[in-house]
Design a protein around this ligand. Structure first.
Ligand SMILES: O=C(O)c1ccc(O)c(O)c1
Ligand SMILES: [Mg+2]
Length: 598
């Protein structure tokens, strides 16, 4: 199955768009007229460039407001169209998209629409061009795919077919049964886009919020299955109007787009991919820092001990229960300050997990970092976080732990059992990509996204989890372009007694994030807590939340660089991450930063 992408889906100049599409491995492009008009390249240049890049020009688009208009108007439209057919000859593009008219001049007359589209197709055929007629969801008289098909069928012209666009069909909730009535050879083109389920004007929704398949709420795969059943054998082409993609760099967007199509093709059984191999736990989280001291103090207060050091690199292993944290002070990482750089994921089959990631266009990292290191399969996530696939339950394989030499100190025992979750701040323009990556590449389940008010902005957060919750990653992003480096990442540590753990932390010299008294007044109003409970929480800076399943109690440390820790206690199967408390936490962190200038 050939794959294609509309130039409108990518940012930059036409040249940049074409380069990005080719590099990501697309077979073709839809050239959006505005991209050509704004380009200094001649149509012949564009044609040559596409040929050099191995890209076919699958579609030229759009032609608007053509049909069902008074004859004089149609004559002008035909003249305009002939110009474009000549342009397409120079480009080497053989299919043009005609959107259903939105013109106030258009009349509700299918016979007239069919007759004029037929005359348009006559002119197109003379230039070796085919016309694909698409119903815009907001078309003046034609807004559904089955209506557009009835007109195409009535015209009965060999150079006239229809273009199906998943957004226009699924946004209107039009049933897809009617697709089976269209002969495959009359579907001249198939455009794919997903979108989040929003209640808004369909034109605004389409022009600003489309996303790649798998990133929204539509059943795009179900629609494609129906289209393929007709015998359609043209490309699967992504046409995504999206405000974020318009601003983000074209290269990564094109990779994100291609990954989305690969996953769609896998779902359809068209492209076999290795795996997925779902990770079964977090082997370690690796922090890099220019100065180990503040982290050492923090980890010590949390009850971790330094149990081992790497044989060849300045990396220390801190352990408590099943929570393992690497602190890397290597020179290569000093410039970025303290941050979460890598995650070790326990995997039942690391090699296959890495092969799947590679097949889905994740950059593969060298297996051996230095001579003598145990080979580890690793890839980079879209935000640059390194993901190591660590053999779990495979004693015959040398694990990452073999690279470490024990210090002789046992793991700490201050009530922390394991890593509950990791919260990673994503670059603001890669949020949807990050969720699709973690779902598609790692086989994690993506939960719905929640908005969180920050005193200076709005954050969106979406969790991806393994079955049973042994791996939980909260992906967070600012809703508007921001300096992403100001956002923190955190490691949440699970305990079955957060009160005891928080007390130990404070007694060991740790300073919890201070929580305002107003928060506790509100807590008293919302929940009937046992005698003394509220006072304990207030004293220790513990926050409280409840869902349909259970109770969540949690507290935070101060931030070092971009990193802070959270102690969490989940009871009764609580599923969330304390999102209700996040605005208070964010405000408290801003307040601390303002005081300390850090
Ligand atoms: O928003 C539009 O105008 C527009 C143009 C061309 C398309 O293929 C489409 O789906 C929408
Ligand atoms: Mg379209």
């Amino acid at each position: 199955m050939r794959t294609s992408i509309a130039t409108v889906s990518l940012s930059g100049s036409l040249t940049e768009k074409l380069d990005a599409a080719a590099r990501a491995g697309f077979d073709g492009v839809e050239i959006f007229e505005n991209d050509l008009l704004a380009s200094p390249l001649t149509p012949e240049d564009v044609r040559a460039r596409c040929a050099d890049l191995g890209l076919r020009i699958d579609l030229y688009q759009p032609m608007r407001d053509i049909e069902a208009v008074p004859e004089a108007e149609f004559a002008r439209n035909l003249r305009r169209a002939r110009h474009k057919f000549e342009l397409m000859r120079r480009l080497g593009a053989d299919t043009v998209l005609v959107c259903s008219s939105v013109s106030p001049q258009a009349v509700d007359d299918d016979a007239l629409a069919a007759e004029q589209l037929s005359r348009l197709a006559d002119a197109a055929r003379e230039s070796g061009v085919r016309v694909a007629y698409e119903a815009l969801a907001w078309g003046r008289h034609v807004s559904t795919y089955d209506h557009a098909w009835r007109i195409v069928e009535a015209a009965g012209h060999p150079a006239l077919g229809t273009c199906l666009d998943s957004f226009h069909i699924l946004s209107r909730g039009t049933g897809t049964d009617g697709i089976a009535d269209i002969p495959g050879e009359k579907i001249f083109f198939l455009q794919l886009a997903d979108a989040p389920l929003l209640a808004m004007d369909v034109l605004q929704w389409s022009r600003h919020y489309r996303c790649f398949p798998g990133q929204g709420g539509f059943d795009v795969a179900g629609l494609v299955r129906r289209v393929l059943a007709t015998g359609y054998d043209g490309p699967l082409s992504l046409e995504v109007f999206n405000d974020v993609f318009r601003q983000a760099e074209a290269g990564p967007t094109a990779v994100d787009a291609r990954r989305s199509l690969l996953l769609l093709q896998e779902e359809l059984g068209e492209v076999p991919l290795p795996g997925p191999v779902v990770p079964t736990g977090v082997a370690f989280a690796e922090l890099v820092t220019p100065d180990a001291e503040p982290l050492a103090a923090l980890l010590g207060a949390l009850g971790f001990t330094r149990t081992a050091r790497h044989r060849g690199k300045p990396v220390a292993l801190w352990e408590q229960g099943d929570a393992r944290i690497l602190v890397n002070t290597g020179p290569a990482v000093r410039r970025d300050g303290t941050r979460l750089a890598a995650i070790g994921l326990e995997s039942p089959d690391p090699a296959t997990a890495a092969r799947r990631a590679e097949a889905l266009l994740a950059p593969v990292l060298p297996r051996r970092r230095s001579p003598g290191d145990a080979p580890l399969d690793a890839v980079a996530a879209p935000d640059g976080t390194e993901l190591f696939f660590c053999a779990a339950g495979r004693p015959e394989r040398p694990g990452w732990r073999a690279d470490f030499e024990d210090t002789g100190r046992p793991p700490g025992q201050a009530g922390v059992q394991c890593i509950d979750h990791l919260a990673l701040t994503q670059p603001w323009h890669h949020f949807d990509e990050a969720a699709l990556f973690h779902r598609g590449v790692l086989g994690l389940h993506a939960q719905g996204s929640v908005d969180v008010a920050d005193p200076y902005g709005l954050l969106r957060s979406r969790a991806v989890t393994s079955p049973g919750g042994s791996v939980r990653i909260a992906l967070t992003v600012g809703a508007a372009p921001t300096d992403d480096t100001v956002h923190a990442q955190h490691i949440a540590l699970a305990t079955d007694d957060v009160v005891a753990a928080a007390r130990r932390f404070r007694d060991a010299g740790g300073s919890p994030l201070p929580v305002p008294a107003n928060y506790y007044d509100d807590l008293a109003a919302r929940f009937e807590l046992a005698d003394g409970e509220l006072e304990t929480y207030r004293d220790l800076g513990i926050l409280y939340d409840r869902d349909a399943h259970g109770v969540f109690r949690h507290c935070y440390t101060r931030t070092v660089g971009r990193v802070f820790f959270e102690l969490v206690q989940r009871d009764g199967g609580y599923r969330g991450y304390g999102a209700a408390n996040a605005p208070v936490r964010l405000a408290a962190q801003h307040a601390v930063r303002a005081l300390t200038g850090g």
